[in-house]
Design a protein around this ligand. Structure first.
Ligand SMILES: [Zn+2]
Length: 217
């Protein structure tokens, strides 16, 4: 039995004994990039590519910085809303840069967030950071949209929240079907944004009339 356990552990070097994933070293990550360069058909030792594995790994640290951050903790420092304000708060055109989890190529677009507070509001820079924390991970747009909305709902407990993302996927524009100019629109509407037609209309008209394809009823 003991030898079987040892064998199992040595056959899965990416996992520690406790079952948690072990993060590969920087050298291992750079070696993997070298392999991809060779697989693409180039020579990783030629002058122009010499520093590329190192640069790619450092770029990955930026692209995927969101794994090291806790989105709930980020929103936790909220303040009470001013007593006179119980209207919708909307943040429009938040720049979005993410990477699709199927091809690890960029998803570029905009996010729009609205909520109606019941007591807690959060600074607009926190909402921008929330988008970043989830965007700087490997994503699909639908999940990204839901994660942002669900976290706001969970932490701020507003009357309702709406998140709309419109983005172009470079895996569609530069490879595969190669159709530039297509953007994908996803939305997640919770609470009064889902149940109250007037609230939903107000949100959708605030973020822009051209998004008329969104659910209206
Ligand atoms: Zn993709």
């Amino acid at each position: 039995m003991d030898s079987a356990v040892v064998e199992h552990r040595t056959s899965t070097p990416s996992h520690t004994a406790s079952g948690a994933r072990r993060r590969p070293s920087r050298a291992e990550a750079e070696a993997a990039v070298r392999t991809l360069i060779e697989w693409a058909g180039d020579d990783p030792d030629r002058e122009g590519l010499e520093g590329t594995p190192n640069r790619v790994v450092r770029a990955y640290e930026e692209f995927f910085a969101g794994y090291a951050e806790d989105p709930v903790a980020l929103l936790a420092t909220t303040f009470e809303k001013p007593s006179s304000y119980d209207e919708m708060i909307v943040l429009r055109d938040i720049r979005l840069e993410s990477h699709c989890e199927h091809h690890i190529v960029p998803i570029l677009g905009k996010a729009h967030i609205g909520y109606v507070p019941t007591g807690r509001v959060v600074g607009s820079s926190k909402l921008v950071r929330l988008v970043e924390v989830f965007a700087k991970r490997m994503q699909i747009q639908e999940a990204l949209t839901s994660q942002i909305a669900d976290t706001i709902q969970e932490v701020l407990e507003p009357r309702g929240v709406g998140v709309v993302i419109e983005a172009a996927h470079q895996c569609m524009t530069t490879r595969g079907i190669r159709k530039p100019g297509i953007s994908m629109v996803t939305s997640r509407l919770l609470g009064s944004f889902r149940d109250d037609r007037t609230t939903r209309r107000e949100f959708l008209s605030t973020i822009g009339g051209r998004r008329s394809t969104l659910p209206e009823s």
